[in-house]
Design a protein around this ligand. Sequence first.
Ligand SMILES: [Zn+2]
Length: 493
Amino acid sequence: MEVLYRKYRPITFDDMIGQDVVKTVLENASKLDDPPHVYLFAGMRGTGKTTAARIFAKALNCTSEGKKPCLNCESCKKFLEGSLDYVEIDAATHSSVDDARSLREMALIAPMSSKYRIFVIDEVHRLSPSAFDALLKIIEEPPPFSIFIFATTEPHKVPKTILSRVLRLDFSPINPELLASYLDKIANLEGYKLEKNLLLAIARRSEGSVRDSLSFLQQIFMLFEKKNLSTRDIYLVLGIPDDEIISNMMQFIYKGDLDNLVNLMDSLRTSSFSPLAIVDSWIYFVLSKINTDTRPLKFIDRLIEAKGDLRYDPNPFMRFELEVYAIFSLLNSNMRVSDESDNRILEKTEDIKEVINKDIKLLTPESSIEQKRVDLSIEQINKAYLKVLEQIKSTNPLLHAKYVAAKPIKFENNKVTFGFSKKESRWHKEQFDSNKEEREMIKIMLSKELGVDVDVASEFIEKETKKDSKAKSSTLTFPDILQHFNAKEIKND
Ligand SMILES: [Zn+2]
């Protein structure tokens, strides 16, 4: 199955969802005789920064008199095939001053066939300070035929000297309603029909990231081949508790029913729901009921704050539990709650605090054990990995579906490298690379099975035929520099 995010990647400004201000600014800029030369695209992941950069690049070079990009002129067609006048660089892997200098040389060479050569530097905040200095020299006086687009998820890490010379455009998270209707369209195109509240749940769970939302959608399609999915199934995939659970929790809290609340917490702890998703659903649940009962206002701030903390907490569930009991106490302090239940809450929270402190101590470097390097054959690794797959097959079929395509191919320095077929398992590799929590889980299970701590990594199995790398010389040719950057050509993406 093709990755949905790629399959439905917008190719014109009209295709893009949300980001109305950005679209207008870029559309207008592309019509100018002398457009601004340096841009900063700021915003969280998956909000369309690279997509917008590609569309803008096409529009800048489009020769049509009407709407740009027209997709029909020579330049637009060439771009779709992969143009040497469009260069994407990942600053995370090319952060050195040498990289920036090569970029400068490249920027001074006139474009091959277009009006402008466009350089996109992704995650620009990852550049080293000296690389930023070198970059600054280019953008202080950019060649008339070069356009620079810096993309970043962390604009506050970009030096002020750079910020003062860019046209900054902020990409906001996509509004859940808008994202849900977009997902509805995609689902229909793929032959699925999902209820509106489910689409909204996916949109919220993705926190405004189009990429994440399409990834969830794809997981749902992949796991359930049948065309009719139950609400519960989908909530399970998303790791979101349904309204019934939240409603029960609220009732137990309001009624001061500690016994049932404790039972519910116990069952939630062993469920696949992430505490972050529970708090999220809770907030939405409360907000949707706010007219009928104003008491929730008392703790909604607490929940929103807790949500922020949970992201970074090493023990998110316990932190969540503490919050629940704190809210229980808060709401029941005016009522007559027996001393007995007060004491039980106190005990419960003390227990949790103790465990949290213990775990944090375990994480300190003093107590971490230096792991010996070991030699294991690929057969041994494979055997252990098959056992891991067997274990997750029944407990987490989705995870199994994702990881079954991974094949252990290398074991070096305690690191297991999984190979993925470039043709069939592109999506699986992307899941492996992007979902850290799941990768950690597999890593821990595999380490347990092997009896030694191992790290995991991924790579494609079919290797691309690479040309012999040429020695660096003072007269770099354009293709040399392209190769140096591993610059992406669009057609391969
Ligand atoms: Zn065109």
